[in-house]
Design a binder for this molecule. Structure first.
Ligand SMILES: C[S@@+](CC[C@H](N)C(=O)[O-])C[C@H]1O[C@@H](n2cnc3c(N)ncnc32)[C@H](O)[C@@H]1O
Length: 255
């Protein structure tokens, strides 16, 4: 994955994030009276508003261009709390602070870790950095039967993002390619940008591999990582997880 090109376009892509995702995480952060650790902080989409709300946030990311983008955005933000941005691999994370009150891994980031053993290692690192009564929240996409067995190769619409200032329209699409043996979706995501007259001004393709997990595998990994599942949902409104859910959202504690 080319994170320089990704970092430039990430904020456009995440304008089309699943409905309610940003609010869900910000509400969870608001309810916590304490420090927050975000693994895979990216360009600070969640961490920056959290720090603006008055929280002390530590954001970790493996890819420097993402962190540089976050630092650039931070330049303009006025923070009531604090934001520390650190370059590290979440699967090997070892921070001096081990008592965060909330740890979050939003936006399917655990699926960007390409092997099961490393996904488990990441969950163990979450547990290692949690205070005894802390909460861990993360979300993954639900690999429903329909989704992973769809071999149509058809392009699907992820979203349309309009820049109100200059009228630029960004059309975000994807093509999935599921390898059910490797439990990996080799996805090609495309951003096409059109000016206000409808002229194509930019087209970028980004390849992303997601190692997906089935719900029972998440349960097994959590138990192995010393984490207890408190609740799980199928969307950001708190609907139960079902075969047709798009999301798998997990709330966990130590134990
Ligand atoms: C989908 S983005 C999510 C960004 C941010 N959490 C948000 O919700 O907007 C995933 C981020 O995780 C980072 N990442 C991927 N693998 C990682 C790893 N092993 N350790 C730390 N960060 C990682 C990527 O660089 C990217 O910035």
């Amino acid at each position: 994955m080319d994170y320089v090109r990704w970092a430039e376009r990430y904020d456009i892509f995440y304008e089309a994030a699943p409905e309610g995702e940003l609010e869900f995480y910000l509400n969870a952060i608001e309810r916590v009276d304490g420090s927050v650790l975000e693994l895979g902080v990216g360009t600070g989409r969640i961490a920056i508003p959290a720090a603006m709300m008055g929280h002390d946030v530590t954001g970790v990311d493996l890819n420097r261009p993402m962190l540089e983008r976050a630092r650039g955005k931070l330049g303009d933000a006025s923070l009531a709390g604090s934001l520390e941005l650190l370059e590290a691999d979440m699967c090997e994370l070892e921070l001096p602070k081990r008592d965060f009150d909330l740890v979050i891994v939003p936006a399917h980031t655990l699926a960007l870790v390409s092997e099961a053993t490393r996904q488990l290692a990441a969950l163990k690192r979450c547990a290692m950095h949690m205070a005894s009564d802390a909460t861990l929240i993360f979300n993954l996409f639900n690999p429903s039967d329909d989704l992973i067995h769809d071999e149509s190769g058809e392009r699907f619409l992820l979203g349309v993002v309009v820049n109100e200032d200059d009228g630029t329209r960004h059309v975000l699409t994807g093509i999935n390619n599921f390898d059910t043996e490797a439990q990996t979706n080799y996805c090609i995501q495309t951003i096409e940008s059109f000016d206000r007259n409808g002229q194509l001004i930019d087209r970028e393709e980004l390849n992303v591999a997601f190692r997906y997990l089935h719900h029972h595998q998440v349960e097994e990994m959590l138990a192995e990582a010393g984490l207890k599942l408190i609740d799980f949902f199928g969307d950001f409104n708190g609907e139960p997880l079902s075969q047709s859910s798009e999301e798998m959202i997990y709330i966990c504690r130590l134990g």
